[in-house]
Write a protein of this length. Structure first.
Length: 106
């Protein structure tokens, strides 16, 4: 039906047929889900080291390309951003601190 809105996540194929019977097909995906990042504890922002992993998207660590599964152990403040093909993104800000008593090991 012309003008029908589609908002639910999923894979769709739109088929448009004109009066002469000519068809045009367009396939598309609706994705509103941000990428999941593993390797962090809920509520914690300071670590001795972390090894973040994710299964989709491209990522940056402090604005530079980052590869999933790479260990981060150098002291400092970090921002990890993962963006999927649909433009959804997850951002985690954390700190690596090697000083005893100011860290949570994961």
């Amino acid at each position: 039906m012309s003008g029908t809105s589609i908002a639910l996540e999923g894979n769709y194929t739109l088929i448009v047929t004109d009066e002469a019977g000519n068809e045009t097909k367009i396939s598309f995906t609706i994705d509103h889900t941000a990428p999941a990042i593993k390797g962090f504890l809920e509520g914690k922002s300071s670590y001795l080291e972390v090894t973040p992993t994710f299964t989709e998207g491209v990522s940056t660590l402090n604005g530079k390309p980052f590869v999933t599964g790479t260990k981060i152990a150098t002291d400092g403040d970090y921002e990890l951003k993962v963006t999927d093909k649909a433009g959804n993104e997850t951002i985690i800000r954390f700190k690596i601190e090697s000083e005893t008593g100011h860290r949570d090991r994961y």
